[in-house]
Design a protein around this ligand. Sequence first.
Ligand SMILES: Nc1ncnc2c1ncn2[C@@H]1O[C@H](COP(=O)(O)OP(=O)(O)OP(=O)(O)O)[C@@H](O)[C@H]1O
Ligand SMILES: Cc1ncc(COP(=O)(O)O)c(N)n1
Length: 267
Amino acid sequence: MAATPPRVLTIAGSDSGGGAGIQADLRTLFACGVHGMTAITAVTVQNSLGVTGYTEIPPDVVAAQIEAVASDIGVNAAKTGMLASAAIIEAVAAAVDRVDVGPFVVDPVAASMHGHQLLADDALDAVRTLLFPRATLVTPNLDEVRLITGIEVRSRADQRKAAEALHAMGPRWVLVKGGHLWDDPECLDVLYDGAEFIELVGPRYDVKHTHGSGDTLASAIASQLARGADVPSAVRFGKDFIVRSVAAAYPLGAGVGPVSPLWRLEG
Ligand SMILES: Nc1ncnc2c1ncn2[C@@H]1O[C@H](COP(=O)(O)OP(=O)(O)OP(=O)(O)O)[C@@H](O)[C@H]1O
Ligand SMILES: Cc1ncc(COP(=O)(O)O)c(N)n1
């Protein structure tokens, strides 16, 4: 019998195409050697060409999934992805107050990479006031930064300004991801704790297949927080992990393929 590995809970939506969401989280958690558990918030109808619809899971069922795994199995770290509505966010916030989920990574998913909305317009306030103050780390991309703070990030200096504005909303740490700063020859992510900026610089690969990169990064970070790593170490691990996973991305269907953590299981 093997020892029980660290346990990570992902609170997110299902991607039927297997590229992002719960499916990306579980394969990343597996590749990182931790036990993945799920609280499913929505079932999307999705393939490599985009999202054509989704059904939300009732908020009390989302909360019940969180409480079921926390009360029996135990949660060493948790991460959120697609939360769909203000009512689901309220249920998640209440659940993580009732049970211990350890370090809490909030990836404030608002839309798919094809531009399909995955979060109701009226849920942004709940993201700011209910999720961010409870978060150990928030990991918005630049579109989410604009929706949440109103700041249009066009440069590395803007990334720092956005990090300050986001930190003022209450998370312990902020990671402003720079994948969408298309003119930047590198991919810079800025980590901020209210005192110090840490720059994580990586290459910008010229690949089309980056579906699921945000989920893969946040899950890799959560896997290390579950092992007891501090936030800067966990984010450094996550950055290295996502760079290798973008390098290993593969085509799928007629549209955009997923980044792949399979490199970690090879050799
Ligand atoms: N072309 C690329 N080459 C290398 N790294 C990349 C590339 N695109 C994104 N990244 C990295 O992947 C991570 C996710 O970044 P991004 O800003 O694209 O988030 P996201 O929009 O949430 O991701 P997605 O919507 O694709 O799931 C970041 O660490 C970013 O720097
Ligand atoms: C269920 C679900 N969760 C998250 C994303 C975001 O991922 P991407 O920005 O790569 O489309 C998605 N498309 N679907």
